[in-house]
Design a protein around this ligand. Structure first.
Ligand code: ATP
Length: 224
């Protein structure tokens, strides 16, 4: 296959747990951008999350893997579990890039996370390492998630074949802001529901619901 035309997305996250917001976004992008492949990358040791107790990385990886098993075009990478040290996205982008020479890499990031990107490890190098695609989160307008101090220039009003806006990042990479459904689901709200004994039906894939029950996850108090 001619690697130069391959468009590959990286969707990293703590996925504690993986929920239908993550899943639906992955499918929307896979289809909307005609991706060659979308990689879900569970973070082993997320450097940006507050220090609260977290489900073991192996459980989070198992939930993501069960949720997307059999979905054509989506696969899970365990490279952040195999690496030592904090799970820096820059290292992940480089590893995926090395493994897929010539592919166009696109890093998916929620508007909440993008607003904090200046706190990420070597964020300027990361912003220059691949294109980015902003996922909508409830209550955050795309422009409002642009961190002050980073020059982001409007460029156009299409994101490949999806409606939306595109911008130029410092370093020349693109930031795509396609129009996507806003799904008001968060891992935190899922953990909270489990603690309160509420149903997760419709919020997480059935495989994830079963895994949480079978392994007794998220029953303890959450701090932070
Ligand atoms: P928590 O509630 O624990 O903070 P989360 O639901 O934001 O977790 P993460 O694993 O931190 O989940 O998310 C991974 C990535 O997916 C982040 O970039 C995040 O912004 C994005 N994301 C999470 N939930 C959604 C959603 N419902 N719609 C779009 N993007 C999402």
């Amino acid at each position: 296959m001619d690697g130069r035309s391959r468009r590959i997305a990286i969707f990293g996250g703590t996925f504690d747990p993986f929920h239908n917001g993550h899943l639906r976004m992955a499918v929307e992008i896979l289809e909307g951008l005609s991706l060659h492949r979308l990689f879900l990358v569970p973070s082993a040791r997320p450097p940006h999350k507050p220090s609260r107790p977290m489900a073991p990385a192996e459980d989070r990886l198992a939930m993501v893997s069960a949720a997307v098993a059999g979905i054509e075009g989506i696969s899970v990478l365990d490279l952040e579990l195999r690496r030592e040290g904090p799970s820096y996205s820059l290292l992940t982008v480089r590893e995926v890039s090395d493994g897929n020479p010539g592919a166009d890499l696109l890093f998916l990031i929620g508007a909440d996370a993008f607003a904090e990107i200046a706190a990420w490890h070597r964020y300027r190098d990361l912003l220059a390492a691949c294109d980015f695609l902003l996922l909508p989160r409830p209550g955050i307008a795309p422009g409002a998630s642009f961190p002050p101090g980073i020059r982001i220039e409007p460029e156009g009003n299409r994101c490949y074949n999806l409606p939306g806006c595109s911008y130029r990042l410092p370093g020349g990479r693109r930031l795509l802001c396609p129009v996507l459904p806003v799904l008001d689901i968060s891992s935190r709200s899922i953990r909270e529901k489990v603690r309160r004994g509420r149903s997760l039906r419709g919020l997480v894939p059935l495989e994830v619901e079963r895994y949480i029950t079978d392994h007794g996850l998220y029953r303890g108090e959450e701090s932070g």
